[in-house]
Design a protein around this ligand. Sequence first.
Ligand SMILES: [Zn+2]
Length: 249
Amino acid sequence: MLFATLCAGCNQPGESLCHRCRFSLAAAASQVSDTGIIAALPFEGVARQVVHGLKYRNRRQVARQLARLMVRRMRVGSVDVVTWAPTSGARARRRGYDQAELLARAIAAELRVPCRRLLYRCHGVAAQTGHTRAERLRGPSFRARAAHQRLRVLLVDDVVTTGATLAAARDALLLAGVGSVACVAAAATPSARQAMKPAIRRTAAMASAGSSGTNTPRMPTPSAAATLEATSSRNAVRSGSAPSLARAS
Ligand SMILES: [Zn+2]
């Protein structure tokens, strides 16, 4: 029993995610922010335990299951590359891995597109955990590698707390020149969810619109809404008024 696998959701011996907890995750509702960030799960109950397990208890096996769920719940079209909002270097080093990167790599594998590191944390900005709400709202700052103009990026993070991290990471990518950025997170905290609305499930008509005539890998959800969101926020970045979940909450 010493090396038995425990469920990341309920700690019962057996699979890395037991049938009951899997069902519980599948039943939980996804939400979307007014800036287009999709959060696949609420950061509470079993979902909170599972994401915590990935983040703090070295339960890396659940990254694949979470990634599948995130892919199923995304409302974005074709993407060229998947990237992630990197955790601060010190924390990732202490932990031995970056949970956002694990999720991004698992999602890229699901979508059969490359996963690349495009973002770096700017120095002197500490991790989000343990900071005051005002500090968290300001968010970390990122710099991004220069990218070609038509690149469609899927940006991944683990938990949306204020939306500031994803907003800052997306702005850095847009300023570096990418064509569009769609954002997806595994979960959103209850306070973040107050500023979000239920994500509408894809319809058949949207599905065919999202996969027409290109040979790029298909994603299970449509492109129009997310691309519009990203394009509009790119314009907003240029005019210095990027909308963010943080401001809305
Ligand atoms: Zn379980």
